[in-house]
Design a protein around this ligand. Sequence first.
Ligand SMILES: Cc1ncc(COP(=O)(O)O)c(C=O)c1O
Length: 390
Amino acid sequence: MSVSRRNFFRTLGLGSAGLSTSFIIGRGQEAMAFQAGTMPLPDDGGMIRISSNENARGPGRKAMEALQHAISPRVGRGYPPDYTGELVDTIAATYGVNRNNVIVGTGSGPILEAGVRAFCTADKPLVTAAPTYGTPDGTARRINVPIKMIPVDRALSLDLDAMAAAATGGGMVFLCNPNNPTGTAHNAAAVERFVRRVKQASPGTAILIDEAYIDYVHDPAVKTAVPLTQQLPGVFVTRSFSKAHGMAGLRLGYAIGQPETVQAISRAWSLGSVNTLTAAAGMASLKDPQHIAEERAENARVRDFTLQAFKDLGYQGSDSHTNCIFLDLKRPASEFRDACRALKVQVGRDFPPFEKTHSRITLGTMDEMRQAVQVFRKVLTAKASTSSAA
Ligand SMILES: Cc1ncc(COP(=O)(O)O)c(C=O)c1O
């Protein structure tokens, strides 16, 4: 059991709904599967962890109350599908779809893995981007599925034309919208054009649209692709509770698509067994859109502060629709990361093909970012004075 989980249960056992509990639940482990072994998990002892696109503020008040309420002898019962049925109904009602359009998992990560396993084979490649979220290509590598990695364009956006061209005959296309780590997003019209173009040229190719960060989007033209999933077989959207809902430590995600599509995904790989506390918190959070609006506003405030601090130092970041920023710091990510880590700030891993120039920084709390910015300033100006002296 991870340190966060131990703390989570210990703190809940004390009956506290304070900031520290929310904080702990919001911290999960992004992409443990492919980060394992490359970056040791910190013990948080004085370390500012802004490396894994977790949510430093944790869940909203209503989700916290639902969690506390759910801690009762009733947890002695709860084998699926009894309680997950209610969760699935709540998700379906949120989007106006039927319960057989929805599957849930212990995070959206297992669903991404299942998607690759369901639709890709040795002669049906995965089409993905570089850089983008790594679970789909990590899975493809493990099961020997060929991968077509399409570099992002000069604006760091997914190159939809090149991805569509590569998709013909493919098993599945992974479209991360907004994209992690670049933070870029495509509007609903562009996504629909892309999806229809792929399906027309290659009807058997599945399309996974990963909307883990969509609650952070600040352009109203960027919208969920859930309506498209109802029209086209093999097109599905995944969502995560680990980002704006602040529940990475509780592990909850879901997918929406046509019944045959989501059943094929379910059959391909275990999606885990969602626990009763998580289901209760997830339902409460879905019914609390006001909290998500507040979370989006706070994330934007922290993003603008952090981007401005980098701008003042002479570095421009991309316009992010996520809870991270991706910056050209004109030095290897490993060099910046090691220097920050020595000063107790942990920033993101390498993102090829940008590992020689760009770093990803997750947006923490405003307090964390105020402290982190001082460290960034120290690291970036120290480097500048060394090289100008050289
Ligand atoms: C784009 C994207 N999709 C999916 C995930 C997986 O999230 P989870 O398994 O916590 O739902 C992440 C995690 O960082 C992500 O960045």
